[in-house]
Design a binder for this molecule. Sequence first.
Ligand code: NAD
Length: 294
Amino acid sequence: MAPQDRLSQVSSHLNYPQGMLHGQVAIITGSGQGIGAEAARMFANEGAKVVVADLDNKKAEAVAKSINDASPGRAIAVAGDVTDSQYLKRVVQKAAEFGNGKIHIIVNNAGYTWDGVIHKLSDAQWEKMLAVHATAPFKLVQAAAPYFRVKDGEPRVIVNISSTSGIHGNAGQANYAVGKAGMVGLTKTIAKEWGPQFGVRANTIAFGFVLTRLTQAKEAGAFITTPEGEKVALGIPTSQLANKVGETTEQYVDIPLRRPASPTEAARSILGVVSPLFSYVNGQTIMVTGGRNM
Ligand SMILES: NC(=O)c1ccc[n+]([C@@H]2O[C@H](COP(=O)([O-])OP(=O)(O)OC[C@H]3O[C@@H](n4cnc5c(N)ncnc54)[C@H](O)[C@@H]3O)[C@@H](O)[C@H]2O)c1
């Protein structure tokens, strides 16, 4: 029986008693909190060894510790900024050491928003969003090429985390939308370059509304500091949130499921895409939106 057909039998825990990602090594950027942290825990739970890569050293260490407390030896934290090419090379090197010379999965998830309407957007806002959401994923994948362009019969998967803003545009987010849209082209190019000879799969996941600090009220005060020392406020102004977040389901009128996703739910879709259950899904943009923007 072909390896990809093993799933035709009963349930996955019988096929994968040690987890669907057993023996695989994954890099997840932006996994110090939010969706990435949930994905890191889930991947480890499915047997993977996970490189928790995040700007925030404390949070990255805490996620790695929580994983190792439950399953010793399954995670390392490598802190740094994805817009620094040297950092990306270090992440790849550490991952390869951790994986005894192998890396199987990259999830390009690190990101944030730095909003402004087109006629007021600064050069810094524009350049930073492209650097984080388009250039950094490309450079990480490029740095990891020697570990993906291999023929050892083991699975290799890349997932780029995009947004409905990248697919449909969003007022106030030209910079973020262009960066996130770029991921779609990057994903398809990886699928076309590395699929035929090496069997590498690449997919984009575009999230809609997931409850993390990026979608909480801006007034809650979350921020990110760029390496240049710029303090960028995160979240959505309460005035804009009013029709999205609230006590009643009617307030999620543009979401057919009438609710946002939890970070856990969002991370499950990433696990699904990297898992053997999706072994023939390649080059796609998977909308994880509760049906929003259909
Ligand atoms: N929350 C949503 O509704 C939503 C919707 C669409 C897309 N997304 C995307 O999902 C991804 C995860 O977002 P989240 O909601 O979990 O946000 P989050 O703020 O909870 O987590 C993002 C993580 O990325 C890290 N990060 C940011 N910039 C970085 C950099 N330059 N280098 C290294 N790490 C960096 C942060 O430190 C943080 O830990 C992002 O790419 C975001 O754009 C989120």
